[in-house]
Design a binder for this molecule. Structure first.
Ligand code: SAM
Length: 182
């Protein structure tokens, strides 16, 4: 069983678009429409989620779109809802550098500009939350998760791909982590 949790507007758009394409999920797929800054476990339970069964959680490309306290609450709640044997995969960004916010905004504006040139403005700098936040990997370790991981820089090198240029996003330093509770 796969549960997908996303914001109501995103879920509605994806459901409509995939149905329009005639796309069928290969696994049993249930959707929970909720905002992760609010009471999302209620939506997950309503969709049928059973916290007594081990879960594999995947949260990729997500944490930076949550305020720092909502990131902590998400990781706390995921841990509370994880039966023994549960697994988790997510990204762990290094703690923000003092005065790094301006560089991050500039990098996101540069990315947005490429889309704008093609007629769509994602306004990426406004989608992110800034300020001091916990680094997800060490935070999860503190909650009892045993994780392994590799940085984007390491993954590119292993794959024989060119390193990323350094910018305000510091993508090369992002660590993809996964592991088990306990
Ligand atoms: C960069 S995308 C990552 C997508 C994901 N890895 C995937 O493959 O579908 C970020 C996702 O986080 C969702 N998101 C951002 N803020 C959220 C929130 N407050 N509550 C729930 N979902 C949120 C967005 O709607 C979007 O689908």
């Amino acid at each position: 069983m796969v549960y997908e949790l996303d914001q109501p507007g995103v879920v509605e758009f994806k459901t409509r678009t995939l149905a329009g394409l005639g796309a069928e999920p290969a696994a049993e797929h249930r959707i929970a429409a909720a905002d992760l800054r609010e009471d999302w476990p209620a939506a997950l339970r309503t969709a049928g989620f059973d916290p007594a069964r081990p879960t594999a959680w995947s949260a990729e490309g997500l944490l930076g779109y949550l305020p720092p306290d909502a990131q902590d609450r998400l990781l706390d709640t995921v841990t509370e809802l994880s039966a023994p044997g549960s697994r988790l995969a997510t990204e762990s960004r290094p703690a923000p550098e003092p005065a790094g916010e301006d560089r991050t905004r500039e990098s996101l504006d540069r990315i947005s500009q490429r889309w704008k040139d093609r007629g769509f403005d994602p306004g990426m700098a406004k989608l992110r939350y800034y300020g001091d936040r916990n680094e997800a990997g060490p935070y999860l370790t503190g909650l009892g998760w045993t994780l392994t991981g590799a940085t984007v820089r390491e993954l590119l090198a292993v794959a024989g791909l060119a390193p990323l240029g350094e910018d305000g996003l510091r993508m090369g330093e992002v660590r993809y982590v996964s592991g088990v509770l306990g």
